[in-house]
Design a protein around this ligand. Sequence first.
Ligand SMILES: [Zn+2]
Length: 321
Amino acid sequence: MRRAVVVAATCLAFIASSAVDAAGVVGGGDDELVPTGKGWGQRPSPGPGPGQGAGQGQGQPQGQGKPSGQASGGNGINYHGGPLITSGPTVYYIWYGNWSGNSATTILPNLAGSIGGSPYFNINTTYYDASGKHVTNAVHYGGSINDNYSQGTSLTDAKVQAVVARALSSGGLSYNSSAVYFVLTSSDVNESSGFCTQYCGWHTHASISGLDTKYAFVGNPDRCPSACAEQTTSPNGNAGADGMASIISHELEEATTDPDLNAWYDRRGQENADKCAWTFGTESIAANGSKYNVTLGGQRYLIQQNWVNQAGGYCSMSVTK
Ligand SMILES: [Zn+2]
């Protein structure tokens, strides 16, 4: 597997309606970069060690922030005043394309249904809003619908948003201001703004029918395992789905602590999960030879670490507080 390459995990997003911002925007002068492009979290080359997270990115402007200077915080990530999903997010899945017979449809709902309350998701409780309210260690799984290629097999960012809008307008999924709608695409579907070359997933928000809606794109790494999957033999025997589990976790914790891209991120524009992308901490080996680092809802997963916003800040799979 070519570890030097590509991509990754993801992140956040950019202004959904404008590709112009995909390249990274300098916010308020040249001092601090805001989260913007999707595309964070390139898989590290063998060089950088754990904790470097992403960062080695090709063409990712976020990494170009000035290294000097100190923003508030002291834990390596800073609060910028925007809201968090302090109640804990509700996860909805939109199965886009053809997922017939794919065990992802059981592996990933189990993840969404069991990640809340875990020592892993507890890391997000180290983040808080302007009133000092911390994120609750809870995730609600709201359910899913299928979308049979309503926007074709090559999605633009605008089409991803259209998939979400359609899911809501059809009544298939209900609106919830604390929800994150995940568009999960089958391996025959491309996302033309950079899936597999610039990112493996991203999250953003947009006004849809006048309602602020948080949503994410996560593609199937079976389309590009060397870029978007950590391993091709995986704990649940489905490398694509198991790869998505880590990317979903990444986007979910970012969407929780930075849903509108104006809450928690560091001076390079990296959100919490970006800072630990493609690092997994202590790993165990399953009978089939695959690596895993957490068990949720009775199933094993290999999901990336997240940034703990205390004690100076560090990547971990859990926190006690
Ligand atoms: Zn990210």
